[in-house]
Write a protein that binds this ligand. Sequence first.
Ligand SMILES: [Zn+2]
Length: 322
Amino acid sequence: MTSGSLPPFPFRNAAHDRLCERRGDEEFLDTAWTDSATRVLVMRGWDLALGDGEGSLRLVSPQDAPPGERMLLGAVDGTAYFLVIVADPPSPEGGGNDGANAETVATGKIDDPTQGWPFGSLRQVAGRLDDVQASLAVHAVSLTGWHLRHPRCSLCGAETEVASAGESRTCPSCGAQHFPRTDPAVIMLVVDADDRCLLGHNSARAPGWYSTLAGFVEPGESPEQAVVREVKEETGVDVADVGYAGSQPWPFPSSLMLGFFATASTTDIVVDGTEITEARWFTRADVKHEVESGELVLPTTISIAGALITSWYGDDLPASRS
Ligand SMILES: [Zn+2]
């Protein structure tokens, strides 16, 4: 298996121009915002505003957009796209402010055009979005998540302000600039000399669920080193020949999944017993038989894990008959 051999998975294709050079251009931003052709993607907390039909985002004109924090996502074929983050609806007790500014919340109480709109998580809809909407949505969710989770300066503790159309936050107290962060994680498909595949059962999952091993890259560590370390820690298996397979933004909340293939130099398994409670070597026949019988459940989600396993399996993964 080589780099670039993965089957399709969500968020793989960048389909919008991020217009990085326009983020500080107030004239452009104001002009684009008055153009009725401009489209606005709306988020409330971590959820996206959805269309009335299945599997699409609700993209409205600036005139129909609710009040909230406005950010530039970019453009597709000459149409500008913005993100507006609205506050959570106030709870009956009067709480519910998730970090957006109080003025926005107050405005939203008076006239909330999002009332009645369906909202849903990116996980729910990712598999049904086309490339353009998936590209905009993963950008919007990543950006929103960072803003919601970083309202204060990490140096002095003061409340920070959105800058450069959402590209960063600045601290009015100490002047620090803060940029969105992404946490690199490795996810790897390990095979042995007999071309069996190593999959692990995560303790947080239901019995019978197995997937590729994964873990965060530590400070000062390369992704390749992280692959070797994580496989050893979680299963006791030594690996060599670590090769890059592909990547996937994974904003749940802020990861970048770096996919790898790796070859095992040992096969004895000793699981860590905490994160990974079971791990096994699977032949393709094992996978087919056990998935069809319902004993084995593989990741059928939107994650790159499914693409890595499918790439090794060599065909569409079998479906359960139970
Ligand atoms: Zn500060």
